[in-house]
Design a binder for this molecule. Structure first.
Ligand code: MN
Length: 361
């Protein structure tokens, strides 16, 4: 989260200080996206943040129930189970939790198909009839926009914030995401609030989710396409812990994951986009880099930079002044180990790699 904050453009930083999405809504964004990802650990964090900031159990329950229509019962049921657990843990810890009000009973003569058709028309801005698949048309109208939306313990605007956030966390659903960004506007979510959803996703959920949402917003608002940040999958090569020991010799945030340290295995180093180490020299030892994910750079003093992509191996000669790091728009991971180590081997840290040098790459 901190890494992402550091990356935010100045425009984003202004937005963070002046957020139009309340704490409760920011939590709903993280709750919905983590429900869709199936990340129960992060979901519980987001649920606690929400419940600490005015979200009621009734609202959270309603949001997670609605999401079964977008992410399926397996994700929705797991998430409801996590909510149940969070509520129990909070009670045991003596933390106050607002139950909230239940939805009002449905009005006499309630007709799901009629009500749902009206809500769907409001959301899409025009009547929508899916004649190719009449069953699905019925489910959308009578069930999703009828029965589910008829529960008035969550507003239509809140429901669309939840839906946009969840679909942002699903790969390959861009047309639905674009449609729901439009739907959110029609249901009363403001343009400022919508533009904050990718900021919250970047801070609290992940780059891929934020990129998807930002791209959909750009399409709906006819804005220039944002630069997508290339992510890496930390379930393949671990991110490890913040590299605090060497942070003074780095620009940006890096992370260290020693692999089988007991037997002297290599260390996996993760660089956030834009992160690089200072110029430095490994005396009396050869450093080997094996890029395993993302994209970055290795440069030896006075020589052109070499692009690091998965599979690129660089053996850095002893006494060579150099630096290594991520590209501006990509995370990067490389394994590293030292070989040909002689007595008195050491590292010498020098000046930072200036923006002037780095931005030319
Ligand atoms: Mn080095």
């Amino acid at each position: 989260m901190l890494a992402s904050l550091m990356l935010a453009s100045s425009q984003n930083i202004i937005a963070q200080n002046n957020m139009k999405l309340s704490e409760k809504h920011q939590a709903l964004v993280a709750i919905a996206a983590n429900e869709a990802r199936g990340n129960i650990v992060e979901l519980k964090v987001a649920l606690n943040e929400g419940l600490d900031n005015g979200l009621t159990v009734s609202e959270a329950k309603e949001a997670l129930s609605q999401l079964y229509a977008y992410t399926g019962f397996p994700r929705s049921l797991n998430a409801l189970g996590a909510l149940q657990q969070v509520v129990k843990e909070r009670a045991e810890a003596g933390k106050p939790t607002q139950t909230g009000r239940e939805a009002d009973p449905l009005p006499a003569g309630y007709d799901a198909l009629e009500q749902g058709t009206r809500v769907q028309t409001q959301l899409t801005g025009q009547p929508f009839n899916y004649q190719f698949a009449p069953q699905t048309d019925y489910y959308l109208k009578a069930h999703l926009f009828g029965d589910i939306f008829a529960h008035n313990n969550l507003s239509f605007a809140d429901r669309e914030i939840v839906t946009v956030s969840a679909i942002s966390a699903l790969e390959g659903c861009e047309p639905q995401l674009v449609a729901h960004v439009g739907g959110a506007r029609n249901m009363g979510v403001t343009d400022d609030q919508l533009h904050e959803i990718p900021i919250v996703l970047r801070q609290r959920v992940g780059e891929a989710e934020a990129n998807r949402c930002a791209a959909a917003l750009a399409r709906v608002f006819s804005e220039p396409a944002p630069t997508a940040v290339q992510t890496v999958d930390f379930s393949v090569w671990p991110k490890g812990e913040p590299n605090t020991a060497y942070a003074q010799y780095f620009i940006g945030n890096s992370y260290l994951a020693p692999l089988d340290a007991e037997h002297g295995g290599p260390v996996n180093v993760t660089f956030e986009p834009g992160c690089r180490n200072n110029w430095h020299i490994h005396h009396k030892q050869v450093q080997v880099l094996v890029c395993v994910a993302g994209r970055g750079w290795y440069q030896e003093w006075g020589k052109p930079a070499i692009e690091l992509r998965p599979g690129v191996v660089v053996a850095i000669p002893a006494e060579a002044k150099h630096w290594h790091g991520a590209a501006r728009d990509s995370w990067m991971q490389h394994l590293t180990y030292h070989t040909h180590i002689e007595d008195g081997a050491s590292n010498e840290w020098l000046e930072p790699v200036t923006d002037e040098v780095y931005n030319k790459l």
